[in-house]
Each structure stands twice: as C-alpha cells, then as structure tokens.
Design a protein around this ligand. Structure first.
Ligand SMILES: Nc1ncnc2c1ncn2[C@@H]1O[C@H](COP(=O)(O)OP(=O)(O)OP(=O)(O)O)[C@@H](O)[C@H]1O
Length: 263
C-alpha cells in the first residue's frame, strides 16, 4: 500500500459519463497559510460525491470555494469549471454562481419567517415571481417535507424540529433550481432518524441534482455516496467509487482514516 502520494493519481480514471463540475489545481490560502493544495477533482453529474478526511484537512475550505463563498475570507487560485466556464474568474457574477450551485450548511438556518415565506422569499429574491404556490409545494415535496407541513405553511419555520428545519433549508436551496447542491455536514446537528431522512432525501435529489457532501460520518459516506474523495492535510490523496475506496483503499492514510486509526 502506498504511503506517499502522487498529486495527480486521483485525477480520475474512475469517472465515466458527464461531469457537472471540475476543479483544476485549486489552491486556497488564508493569508499566508495554505489550506488546500492543488485539488483536481471532477464531480460526476447526478451523483453524490462525499468529501471525507480528518478535522482541518481542508474539506469545508474546498467545498466553500466551489460556489465562491470564500471570496471574502480566502484567496482561491486555480480553475473551477462549470458549464464550460471557469467560474473562479473575478468578473464572474457570484450571485449567478450561487443560484446554480446552492449550499446547505451544517446548522439549519431558516429565516425567521413562515415555512411558506422561507421558500417564497428565496424565489422572489432570485426574480422568480410566477406560480409561487406551486413552486413552494414542489420544493417542499423535493425535500420530502410537504406531507409534514402542508397544513401549517403559515407557521414559523422556527417551530419545526431541527431535522425538519434542515429539510426546509434543502427545499429553499432547490427552489431556485440549482444544478449542484453543496452540503457541509448537513446532518451533524441532527438525531439519527432525522439524519437518515436527509440521506433518503438525497437519493431522490440526485435524480435532479449533483450533490457534493462533506461528512465526518463514515457510514453515511459509505451508504449514501457514489464517489468519495479523501482529504489529507489539505491534499486530495485518493478519489474513487465509494464502494471501492472503502473496501480497497490505495493509500495507507485513507485506510487509517476509514478504519478509525486516526482523525
Ligand atoms: N476563516 C479561516 N481563517 C483562517 N484559517 C482557516 C479559516 N477556515 C479554516 N481555516 C484553516 O484551514 C484549514 C482547513 O480547515 P477546514 O475547515 O477547511 O477543514 P475541514 O477538513 O473542513 O475541518 P472540519 O472537518 O473540522 O470542519 C485548518 O487549518 C483551519 O484552521
């Protein structure tokens, strides 16, 4: 088993089919401190890719760079190719990027508004003013929340449970019809039953969206994702189909991490 890594070895022999997003030589710096090194990853369309690795290995930094959320806190060098365009260029409209590449955060962050308004507001903010009722319903159905909230759409979003709030945030993210959903440890603040509901929802969502998820939960990565990238000290050192990476890791550091020897 390898103990040293070749930065390009993960550069994807394992992906067939269309690619939704690709990074090339992505470096991220917080001041003079580099957090992500030369990340080259391709994210297959309509698949779930899990980003795993020890705390501080650069997963969130990488994820947040993908829809330009790091613009004000870090320097991101390299290319992020989306629909034939490098969206990491300064002239690119970041609001447009975030409309196409949505984010669901670790802690549910609904607006202090009604359940209905959480979605309707997001729609209006993005200039989508037609058939709001229908779109609210569709988004809530997409996030597997409709049946639980259809009779209380005017209730405050804050009256929902944590798991329901997170599904509302997913509904809000998909309301504006992104292509790609970034999820940063979306279930880490939730109980196991709510977490499993989100995982089940993700399997439905991937029919329409490409999902990239940061998770510390190895069982979640193993059962939910199609592909997995392993981050180690800011480097992506292994990428493969999830089943392969978990059963036959090529790198010692990957094996140590997934078997709980460190991290
Ligand atoms: N806003 C910031 N300013 C300065 N350094 C940061 C900032 N955010 C993250 N870092 C540093 O960048 C490195 C990578 O952090 P990052 O949060 O991306 O790792 P991670 O793998 O997502 O960790 P975790 O699993 O704990 O969330 C760490 O050394 C961290 O301290």
């Amino acid at each position: 088993m390898a103990t040293t890594y070749d930065l390009n070895q993960h550069y994807l022999t394992h992906v067939d089919g269309p690619i939704a997003l690709e990074t090339r030589n992505l470096d991220v710096f917080y001041g003079s401190k580099q957090a992500t090194f030369n990340a080259n990853l391709r994210f297959p369309k309509n698949k779930i890719t899990a980003l795993i690795g020890a705390s501080g290995s650069g997963k969130s930094t990488f994820l947040r760079s993908l829809n330009r959320l790091n613009d004000n806190v870090a320097t991101v060098k390299g290319a992020i190719e989306y629909q034939g365009l490098d969206i990491n260029q300064t002239h690119i409209n970041v609001y447009e990027v975030r409309k196409n590449i949505g984010m669901v955060f670790q802690h549910p962050n609904p607006f202090a508004k009604s359940i209905y308004e959480n979605i309707a507001f997001a729609l209006r903010e993005n200039g989508m003013t037609e058939n709001i009722d229908e779109q609210v319903e569709q988004s809530l159905r997409g996030a597997a929340l409709w049946d639980e909230v259809k009779d209380k759409l005017t209730y405050s979003a804050l009256s929902l449970s944590g798991g329901q709030q997170q599904r509302l945030c997913i509904a809000r993210a998909i309301a504006v019809r992104p292509d790609i959903l970034l999820m940063d440890e979306p279930t880490s603040a939730l109980d196991p039953i709510s977490s499993r509901k989100i995982e089940t929802t993700m399997q439905e969502l991937k029919k329409h969206y490409t999902i990239i998820i940061v998770t510390h939960n190895m069982q979640q990565a193993a059962r939910s994702s199609d592909f997995t990238a392993f981050f180690h000290m800011g480097h992506v050192i292994e990428f493969n189909q999830t089943a392969e990476l978990f059963t036959n890791p090529q790198m010692k550091a990957t094996e140590d991490y997934i078997s709980g020897h460190f991290g």
